[in-house]
Design a protein around this ligand. Structure first.
Ligand SMILES: [Zn+2]
Length: 147
């Protein structure tokens, strides 16, 4: 291990991810710094990577589990990404594919879920979920594409 590969201090949850998904934390953070997303998305991704997203109120109306980060992004069958089913797993895996797609799928899930929860509606039905997350994804893709 060279000087640039000093061991990072990882939380319990981050260690767990590394064990199950073979997360390369140095690579995840480098990837992160090179991103060019809007500030709310950057802030969201920073919290997600640190596993400090605020828990959402209530419990999942689909599986009655608390709205933890792992539940929303990894466990719940009702909160899939619009074009990548499990972008969370891709984000923390060494071969994540298209970075922007992964990040925007994560953002689409989070922004759709937070607005549904704050409206007191729980998880929308699958067809509505798909429509809402797809709209968020396309909205960001449009914002990011050169004019
Ligand atoms: Zn659920």
């Amino acid at each position: 291990m060279g000087k640039s590969q000093e061991p990072l201090t990882l939380s319990k949850g981050q260690t767990q991810l590394q064990r199950t998904l073979n997360t390369n934390w140095h690579e995840v953070w480098t990837r992160w710094r090179q991103s060019r997303f809007r500030n709310p998305i950057k802030s969201f991704m920073w919290k997600l990577t640190n596993r400090i997203l605020p828990p959402l109120p209530g419990t999942c109306t689909h599986c009655h589990s608390p709205w933890t980060q792992d539940h929303i992004f990894q466990e719940c069958p009702a909160t899939m990404g619009p074009s990548i089913l499990r972008p969370y797993i891709k984000w923390f895996s060494p071969h994540q594919g298209n970075l922007a797609d992964v990040v925007l799928n994560l953002w689409a899930i989070w922004s759709t879920q937070t607005s549904s929860t704050h409206n007191g509606n729980g998880v929308p039905p699958p067809i509505t979920w798909k429509r809402l997350t797809k709209a968020k994804l396309n909205q960001e893709r449009t914002r990011m594409s050169p004019t």
